[in-house]
Write a new protein. Structure first.
Length: 282
């Protein structure tokens, strides 16, 4: 079977598929009777990537495999074809998502301690419905709080192969430093001021003592605030909360398996195997 024919099959499959395709999935397209020679799929992907490097549609690799997507520099023009406006997410959701991405595994209480405000149940539910986060275990402390981590769907959505591709904190100089939305130290409340709740439930935001808390913890289903970030800017998403979480220059991705206080589920890690394209160059 000629390599040129295999390349045409791979290209057609990638254009027709609604989701990224792995090398194994593309290999299965040829069946057992006439399988593609070893290494032919990888070579076809290399040639397609080179051929489309300067075109309007480019071949990229994400966590789930390979896909064609519109080049970043022409996306603004092509986006006018879509009648629906892209989803916009609140600042609170983006900060929470970034904290999970950079500090995972992390509990809801730890997120609230870093941000200085209660995390709305609607925010957690929204990210779980979009399959961006999941429960990866429980911390071995009283109450056994859930530990959250990102998913393969999160990597695919933001065009990443692995968490290692998240931008380092040192490269996020263009994002203003975010201040806590409430002081972390206790403050005295007036006798007629209801005490804000910080636990689960919709009352965590509805009963907050200031309007800022309600505004900052609005879920995605609420009207987006003026400073909401567009979901089409994954690099800014990664950095928005990164500057609020740590003074370190580089993000760390602790291995949950080495943490004695963490009980993990079966599938915790989300790292993907090295790209088949990278093996060809070695």
């Amino acid at each position: 079977m000629e390599d040129s024919y295999i390349q045409r099959v791979v290209e057609a499959a990638l254009l027709a598929s609604p989701a990224p395709l792995s090398v194994q999935q593309m290999q299965s397209l040829f069946g057992e009777e006439s399988p593609a020679p070893a290494g032919s799929i990888e070579r076809a992907l290399e040639r397609l990537a080179e051929h489309n490097a300067s075109r309007g549609v480019q071949l990229i690799e994400v966590a789930s495999g390979f896909r064609f997507q519109v080049a970043e520099d022409v996306h603004g023009h092509v986006a006018r074809l879509w009648a629906e406006r892209p989803a916009r997410y609140s600042r609170a959701l983006l900060e929470t998502l970034a904290l999970i991405a950079y500090r995972q595994p992390i509990t809801r209480g730890e997120i609230e301690q870093i941000r200085g405000v209660a995390v709305s149940t609607g925010i957690i539910k929204t990210m779980e419905e979009r399959e961006w986060i999941r429960v990866v275990g429980h911390r071995d402390v009283p109450g056994r709080p859930a530990l959250f981590g990102t998913t393969r769907g999160f990597l695919d959505y933001f065009g990443l192969r692995s968490l290692d591709q998240l931008p380092p904190l040192s490269e996020l100089q263009d994002i203003p430093e975010l201040e806590p939305e409430l002081p972390l130290e206790p403050i005295a409340l007036r006798a007629d001021t209801p005490k804000p709740q910080t636990d689960d439930g919709d009352a965590a935001t509805a009963a907050a003592a200031t309007d800022d808390v309600v505004e900052s913890t609005a879920s995605v289903d609420d009207p987006a605030p003026d400073d909401a970030q567009d979901s089409e800017e994954p690099r800014r998403i990664g950095g928005t909360a990164a500057e609020t979480t740590s003074d370190e220059d580089e993000p760390t991705h602790p291995n949950p398996a080495n943490r004695p206080d963490i009980e993990l589920n079966d599938a915790t890690t989300q790292r993907t195997a090295p790209s088949p394209l990278e093996h060809d160059h070695d």
